[in-house]
Design a protein around this ligand. Sequence first.
Ligand SMILES: O=C(O)CCC(=O)C(=O)O
Length: 309
Amino acid sequence: MIDQTNITNQEIEESFKRDGYVVVENIIQDHDLEPIRKHIKTRVEEYAHEQYAAGNISSLYNRESFERRYAVICEELSIYPRSWIGHTYGREFYDLYNLPGILHVLSVIHGPEISNIGSPALRTKLPGSVITSFPWHQDSQYVDQATIGKKERHTENLLMVTVWVPLVEATVPNGCCWVIPGSHRWGLLDGVRGQDSNIRMEENIEGRGQPTPVPLKPGGALFMSNLCVHTSKLNTSNGCRWSIDFRYFPTVDRNNFTPEQRQAAEFVRDKMRRGGKEPLVVLTRGHKPSWEEWDTANRKLQSNSRHTD
Ligand SMILES: O=C(O)CCC(=O)C(=O)O
């Protein structure tokens, strides 16, 4: 584990190349995570009111902590949602993708011209939730396989980086991430997306490397290659393990690609655009979009897709 206050760029680069991931602590100031926590609290508050008004829950649970409130509501509803109940777009997300500590590490491990894919995963990992105990996978498997049961391979030779950020302390009991160091050198492995939307590997991956937990305090971030094999196990605590992860890839028009890499980068960009999300250039020697410019591009994309529906 690396503390950015006393880490050299060389150590970051070497760890990422050797292990396929690097953990950097103390890279984000706590107040920089508050807008995302506030976004979650606001939606959970609304949700509590909706469910209470519908007579589905007996209390608003407004004295519960950030970790407990959503967990208690879902417990009473007897549900384990796989996905976040709110949206994941807005100024707070633009700011998150552009946090200076994160961009610094990305500039070291990735290089000068990269974009955020435009859509994060806000994780609501609830106590006892099996559906959010993601089986061992590589992120390329999720990016490449859109259709359940259909194996597709697009991004094996395109370096993408997942940044995983805890919003509460991530521990082994509450289901922190686990990685297999060096697994990014195994290529894109066979795995398939099941009916529950989760990808499952076709081999016993734990027998092939050294599963390693990555407990992490808020302020730290885990940077993983798209080929790093990782998982997160059951949350056996009584609180929700809130976290957010987001992905970066080489900007399509600003890199010297091989034809195969260009195709892969275009695949990622086009997939995001079809879903109404414009990738956001975060590191560049050229023009970097402001929030207003990115927002306008997203609105245009969404209005075009409404007109072609
Ligand atoms: O946050 C988790 O529990 C799993 C995250 C993950 O697998 C990913 O970011 O690809």
